[in-house]
Design a protein around this ligand. Sequence first.
Ligand SMILES: Nc1ncnc2c1ncn2[C@@H]1O[C@H](COP(=O)(O)OP(=O)(O)OP(=O)(O)O)[C@@H](O)[C@H]1O
Ligand SMILES: [Mg+2]
Length: 271
Amino acid sequence: MRLRLENVSKAFTDPLSGKGLLALRNVDLAVEEGEFVCIVGPSGCGKSTLLNLAAGFERPTRGRVTLGGEEVTGPHPRIGMVFQEHGLFPWLSVLDNVAFGLRNAGMPRDRARQRAMEMLEKVDLARFERARPSALSGGMRQKVAIARTLVLEPEVLLLDEPFGALDEQGRKHMDLELLKLWEMGGRTFLFITHNIEEAIALGSRIVLMGTNPGHVHREWSVEVPRPRDLFQEDAVRLRKEISCSLQDVLSECGCKRTELLAPIVIKDTEA
Ligand SMILES: Nc1ncnc2c1ncn2[C@@H]1O[C@H](COP(=O)(O)OP(=O)(O)OP(=O)(O)O)[C@@H](O)[C@H]1O
Ligand SMILES: [Mg+2]
């Protein structure tokens, strides 16, 4: 099913000043069924806001979000989200963490645990079923968080920098694991990362967001054959191109990268 953000704007009220703050303006983005779309962009440009809107956790100030043509008005059973922080329950075992959503949806305990176990096998963590999250590495915890979302069988998977806290080697390993899940088919991925290399390794399409307020700046479809060699000519060229465009985005707002961390404040809530 196609996920679409149609001319979406999102304004927040700045909690300190009480003034309006425009996080996104006129974002048009369609993610086709089975696509793996990566979003890159500077800090504060509205990537997480965009994902929260796509998940139905937030409502647009203007425009709409649709899945298969139907408006998304709240958390949706066909859309799953993996956050940057794994958010596992520390007091539950790995198995019960993965079974939690199914139990919450009313599935009997034994059936839920059986389904959770099958999912843990798929992500190669079945042997840790009884462990508490604190006994796992950061990468393994993130894998449990992904299993917890996947067990609910979402068609669309939204991932907000899920491996941002891992070291480079751990991230590359998790990227490969994620690709395996995508290659199984039937799922659409929308993945946020700060890392251009990661976006090229994973995405069938890359969207660069601009800032002040957040918008789609440019898109590329990634034609590099899989399994991808990032030193391959097309991959290197694409990396240069995206890096240059990111520099353009940064200089467009006339500030250094770190200064972008500050939110923009506008006089009236504009949308
Ligand atoms: N609930 C909120 N209330 C007020 N302002 C918000 C809220 N959520 C986000 N913002 C503001 O919207 C802008 C975009 O934030 P967002 O978290 O989407 O950026 P981001 O691109 O995900 O940044 P990062 O790469 O650092 O994660 C920021 O200026 C942020 O302060
Ligand atoms: Mg974010």
